[in-house]
Design a protein around this ligand. Structure first.
Ligand SMILES: C[S@@+](CC[C@H](N)C(=O)[O-])C[C@H]1O[C@@H](n2cnc3c(N)ncnc32)[C@H](O)[C@@H]1O
Length: 429
């Protein structure tokens, strides 16, 4: 026996996704068609502002980087994050050198947690780096290393399947062999689903927290930004880059309240003697309406492609205005204010680090490749939200416009698109 649930009754269901209706109409002038019952049926199924707005409450249940292994997946579009993280390992090493060593005789595992691990190989590389570094420190101190345990944590809709399939097998080789190769792991691994803005682990149970390129994701788009009656309503835009001051301040408040929740939770979970290494997108300009690299990624070609869909009648102004990217790239001051106000953690290091371009291309002279790289990079991080808001087919239309717009400005993009990161090393006060 099987159950057949089909939201789109025949004869439409196998052929036409209602989200394609506006495209279909834009390419058709047949009044006989628009008067037909088929048309009315399609129209009633097309996404509207009311039925596709992503509720804020649901953001933590649906946000993820694009899973799977397709062209726009995070797995295939996270080489820039890998490069940026690797260029910061000297700072990570300094943090790890401050961590208190535990001895095998204590019979408690040394615990590492990556928060916002996503589904690519970056997290596996960094966790491996952290654990090998801690093994070497134990050896150098003449201590027998403890057992290691790694928690890969992200929101529940993260593609943990892809991540777990990338994990090398546990053990089976000597510690020396493990240290020398990447084909085996020397730690127990587990996935932890949940938002890092609340508690994820038991009290005093984690030695090292690592989080890269994740804390700029807000827990929600501030309500006022979606409220037409508010001065913070982000009319005509899908991001705060170039928005008005009230909109940007609403985002800043949300970031600071979220980061406060993150720090309070981690302060409970970290062991005394443990350390935290945090990296998130940041900006160098004090004014939050200039979001730097994040501003160029979401606030130029991506923003203009949304406008294209509005101009072509494929979506309404309101549909566009109801979509906002829940990202805030803080300044050093924004970040510092929260850590200091919370007071439970000491800042060992806090700096802005120039990460470089988010575009990794094989042929820097190939404008089309650069255009595709920008569209894929943008889609790999925001595509899940866009698909949920306007449907897969309009999302295809949107990102193909991002690619062609970016292709026409390829040289400027390569020259100007740079990411800066806030890097923080914290431990218990
Ligand atoms: C750009 S990816 C970074 C992935 C990985 N750290 C790396 O270096 O490639 C950002 C990740 O943060 C996660 N994230 C965003 N908000 C989160 C939250 N509130 N709690 C946990 N994870 C979150 C996203 O789901 C996503 O997987």
């Amino acid at each position: 026996m099987y159950m057949n649930f089909d939201p789109y009754p025949l004869p439409l269901s196998p052929y036409i996704n209602p989200t394609s209706l506006p495209i279909f109409l834009a390419h058709s002038n047949q009044s006989s068609l628009t008067n037909s019952p088929l048309f009315s049926q399609l129209k009633s199924m097309a996404p509207t502002a009311e039925n596709v707005v992503v509720s804020n409450i649901k953001l933590e249940r649906m946000l993820s980087m694009k899973g799977g292994k397709g062209e726009a997946s995070y797995v295939n579009n996270s080489q820039a994050q890998a490069q940026h993280a690797r260029s910061m390992v000297h700072l990570l090493r300094e943090t790890l050198d401050e961590v208190r060593l535990s001895e095998a005789e204590e019979e408690v595992p040394f615990v590492v947690a990556d928060l916002g691990c996503s589904c690519g190989s970056n997290t596996i590389y960094m966790v491996d780096f952290i654990i090998k570094h801690m093994m070497k420190r134990h050896e150098a101190a003449g201590l027998h290393p403890p057992e290691f345990s790694a928690f890969f944590s992200d929101l529940p809709s993260n593609d943990f399947n892809v991540l777990f399939q990338l994990l090398p097998p546990y053990g089976g080789v000597s510690m020396e062999e493990c240290l020398a190769s990447d084909t085996h792991r020397s730690y127990f691994a587990a996935g932890v689903p949940g938002t890092f803005y609340r508690r994820l682990f038991p009290a005093k149970s984690v030695d090292v927290f690592y989080s890269a390129f994740s804390l700029h994701w807000l827990s929600q788009v501030p309500d006022v930004v979606l409220d037409k009656r508010s001065t913070a309503y982000n009319k005509g835009r899908i991001f705060i880059h170039g928005a008005n001051e009230s909109t940007a301040n609403a985002y800043k408040k949300q970031f600071q309240s979220d980061l406060g929740g993150f720090l309070r939770s981690r302060a409970k979970e970290i062991k005394r003697g443990g350390s935290m290494f945090l990296v998130c997108l940041g900006r160098t300009c004090p004014d939050p309406t200039d979001q730097g690299g994040a501003g160029l990624l979401f606030g130029t070609h991506f923003q203009d492609a949304w406008e294209d869909l509005v101009q072509e009648g494929l979506i309404t102004n309101e549909q566009r205005d109801n979509f906002n990217i829940p990202v805030y790239a803080p300044s050093l001051e924004d970040f510092k204010e929260v850590v200091e106000a919370d007071g439970s953690l000491l800042i060992n290091k806090l700096e802005v680090f120039r990460g470089g371009s988010p575009l990794v291309v094989n042929h820097p002279d190939d404008a089309a490749e650069i255009g595709r790289a920008l569209a894929n990079s943008c889609r790999s991080v925001s595509g899940v939200l866009v698909d949920a808001h306007i449907g897969d087919q309009l999302s295809d239309e949107l990102f193909s416009r991002v690619a062609s717009r970016a292709t026409s400005q390829a040289k400027e993009l390569l020259d100007q698109l740079q990411f800066f990161h806030i890097v923080a090393s914290l431990s218990l006060a």
